[in-house]
Design a protein around this ligand. Structure first.
Ligand code: G3I
Length: 318
């Protein structure tokens, strides 16, 4: 049957995956599935600050370029991830005073976004990532502690200046349902847009787990953001289970994947769904949550799982 991207395109959506540079360079099965099934890619790590500017002013685009070149060869769009985050940011940034930190942030955004600004494959960026905590307060990261809340608007303005055509997003996790954190993002986006700050889209990471239940108001949540005039996108979908997997867990997981795809299909402003990888062979989950895994749509041997069929059938449905 036709690959995921064919069905997604017929619905006017992208279907994407995060890519890791190691297997992309070394594994034929990985490369073939990535090229065949997906119409959009996000670098899992290669565009983050520790990869692109490990020392101040020393920019390295080797991994990022490898992913963008792969996407170009395969007619895929690229979502840049991520410019300003509290994690995977070198110590030299974290230790700067306010004036120097603001300048370093603006220089980083200008260089990284500028590097890809003329590349038609790169269409959007996560400008800020995970700036709220789960209670809906701004995260007390080194960014916030040094610069105050104004760093967020400054980051969006710098990104717009570096690429006037790219869609500029805010991205976070545990925001799939209507809750304190997603409402805080909603209020921030509303306020930024009223102030004329260039923000175009909201990313919902969607790192789900079957033991926590599916957020039944996911589609309603996407819709309220759409009503603000922004695009929405599912940016990092995976659905972890307690390992070992079994048929019952796989079936439950498949319903979560189906529900997410259907929520995006039902909301015109939803551009598409990016899965955070595709094979359980390379997933961040077991490293972060020992005893959990099996979160993706192919197993470790590149066999399609029930979750693949769920995504496929949801995209092909209707
Ligand atoms: O590159 C080094 C390697 O040189 C070293 O030998 C090895 C030993 O630990 O580590 C390698 O770096 C790892 C890197 O992934 C690349 O594989 C880091 O330790 C590891 O922490 C890092 O994990 C990434 C994580 O972000 C870091 O925060 C995951 O791959 C990546 O999937 C994950 O992605 C995040 C999104 O960016 C934001 N949202 C949440 C999501 C999941 O945590």
């Amino acid at each position: 049957s036709a690959p995921l991207r064919t069905h997604a395109a017929a619905k006017g959506k992208f279907i994407g995956t995060a890519l890791a540079t190691g297997p992309l360079a070394n594994e034929t099965s990985y490369k073939n599935i990535a090229a065949t099934e997906f119409s959009q890619v996000t670098a899992e790590n290669a565009m983050k600050w520790d990869a692109t500017e490990p020392s101040q002013g020393q920019f390295n685009y080797s991994g990022a370029d490898a992913i963008v070149n792969f996407a170009t060869q395969n007619n895929q769009q690229v979502h840049g991830h991520t410019l300003v985050w509290h994690s995977q940011t070198p110590g030299w940034v974290q230790n700067l005073g306010a004036t120097a930190m603001r300048a370093a942030m603006q220089n980083h955004i200008s260089n990284v976004v500028g590097h890809f600004a003329d590349n038609p494959a790169v269409v959007s960026w996560d400008v800020v990532n995970e700036v709220f905590d789960d209670s809906g307060n701004l995260r007390t990261s080194f960014w916030y502690n040094t610069l105050g809340s104004g760093y967020i608007a400054d980051a969006f303005r710098a990104a717009r200046a570096a690429d006037p055509d790219a869609k500029l997003c805010i991205n976070d996790y545990n925001t799939e349902g209507i809750n304190a954190k997603s409402t805080a993002i909603y209020n921030l986006v509303s306020s930024l847009r009223q102030q004329g700050v260039p923000i175009d889209c909201v990313g919902f990471q969607s790192h789900l787990a079957i033991q926590y239940g599916f957020p039944g108001d996911f589609q309603q949540n996407l819709q309220r953001f759409a009503a603000l005039g922004v695009q929405v996108r599912i940016t990092e979908l995976d659905v972890r289970v307690q390992t070992p997997r079994d048929a019952t867990k796989d079936a439950t997981q498949a319903t979560y994947y189906r529900n997410v795809v259907n929520a995006c299909l039902a909301v015109t402003a939803c551009q598409g769904v990016t899965i955070w990888g595709f094979t359980d062979k390379y997933s961040w989950v077991p490293d972060t949550f020992p005893g959990q895994g099996g979160a993706l749509i192919y197993n470790e041997s590149y066999q399609q799982k029930p979750s693949y069929t769920a995504v496929h059938d949801a995209l092909a449905g209707g």
